[in-house]
Design a protein around this ligand. Structure first.
Ligand code: PLP
Length: 386
């Protein structure tokens, strides 16, 4: 059989019977969403103060085990705040995967720092810690006790780990690299609520992490995000910065620095609380769907299903195939005609016009890898109650 026919036949067998389309990722509202949102409307507490924000933050913190959660208007805002409280300053460089959504690089630019792109490894689509370590040995010099890029002279301040499509990076090794070179580890966990590495929920390994609750994520608040940290001072500072740096106890509004209007409204948090109550069920369904895909592709010579890495429990946010070179575009065209909503990976960051001139690791292998990625329909609704 031709590879595309073979892949499509296997894919079709994993999806429910009947007519498509089968979307990439649809939200699922089957719990208290209507009731909690109505409660907000009835009470008039729709904006950024209200009990649902506190309850949603507590639910996030107790679910992940990370001590503090600060809910924000979206994941990009959470990342921006996370980088600021991690100490990223104008003129710094921040190591970040080239294989990520643009928000990760944008948030670095919002801090007036420069993204420094790192390569992706085929096993988990995250950085290969050994290759990263070798690269850092090559490019780092110490200036006044600070690791700097020998070629640009700029301080290398932080490393952003990004858990691609819900699969965690090798966080133990990345944390070790960060402590060896004096970098701060920040986790872009936008795609990874529900993902654990070595038994710990993501967000535990970095000094600070960011989640997203956009409409296509595993739970949604419409738009929304959160900063997670175990550090009480960082949490306090994140909350302050995200609340326009407003100082309590003043009759006239008083702000002690340039802050941001980034706090999540109560209305969105109401939706989020109901979604958190459903999270375990959503994760269960997503694992069942992933298992279907995994079994369907186990003996496929034309495509490999990306399984959770060893030592990890992935949320399987977007199920992913690695197809043969040159197969992806024709496969996506054929899938679209059948109503199977699949999509390619993002354009690699160093290929975007505004980031083309940023420092970067050698990207040939990452470019070949990215061109083989196909994300598959991954909605929890694709699995019934069975
Ligand atoms: C890796 C990654 N980082 C950041 C974001 C930004 O989140 P948001 O869309 O909530 O701003 C997203 C998702 O949208 C993402 O996938």
């Amino acid at each position: 059989m031709n590879p595309i026919d073979d892949i499509l036949a296997r894919l079709r067998g994993c999806l429910p019977q009947g007519e498509g389309p089968w979307p990439l990722h649809e939200p699922s509202f089957q719990g208290h969403e209507w009731a909690y949102v109505k409660d907000c409307l009835d009470s008039g507490w729709v904006s950024s103060v209200g009990a649902y924000v506190d309850r949603f933050e507590s639910a996030l913190s107790s679910y992940t085990g990370v001590a503090h959660a600060v809910a924000t208007v979206n994941g990009t805002a959470a990342l921006h705040i996370a980088l600021l409280v991690a100490g990223v300053e104008p003129g710094d460089e921040v190591l970040v995967p080239a294989l990520t959504f643009v928000a990760t690089s944008n948030a670095i630019r919002y801090c007036q720092a420069t993204p420094h792109f790192i390569a992706a490894d085929e096993s988990d689509l995250g950085p290969d810690p050994q290759a990263l370590d070798a690269y850092l040995r090559e490019i780092l010099v110490e200036i006044d006790g600070q690791a700097c890029n020998a070629f640009t002279g700029k301080p290398l301040r932080a490393l952003v780990a990004m858990h691609s499509f819900g699969h965690p990076n090798r966080l133990d090794a990345l944390a070790e690299i960060c402590s060896r070179y004096g970098l701060t580890l920040v986790e872009d966990a936008a795609e990874a609520l529900g993902t654990r590495y070595q038994g710990l929920h993501v967000g535990h390994w970095g000094r600070v992490a960011a989640l997203s609750f956009n409409g296509n994520k595993i739970i949604t608040t419409g738009g929304g995000g959160a900063v997670l940290t175990n550090d009480q001072d960082l949490a306090r500072r994140a909350r302050h910065l995200a609340t326009t740096a407003k100082v309590a106890g003043h009759r006239e509004l008083f702000h002690d620095e340039t802050g941001f209007n980034y706090r999540m409204p109560n209305l969105n948090a109401a939706l989020g609380l109901a979604q958190m109550e459903a999270l375990n069920d959503l994760l269960r369904r997503k694992r069942m769907l992933a298992q279907r895909y995994q079994e369907a592709f186990v003996d496929c010579s034309d495509a490999r299903f990306v399984e959770e890495p060893p030592d990890a429990d992935s949320n399987y946010w977007l199920n992913t195939l690695l197809v043969g070179e040159g197969v992806r575009d024709a496969l996506l065209d054929r899938a679209e005609k059948l109503g199977i909503q699949a999509r390619p990976a993002w354009t690699l960051q160093h290929r975007l016009p505004m980031y083309r001139y940023c420092p970067s690791m050698e990207m040939t292998a990452t470019e070949r890898l990215a061109a083989r990625i196909v994300n598959l329909p991954s909605s929890p609704n694709l699995v019934g109650e069975d």
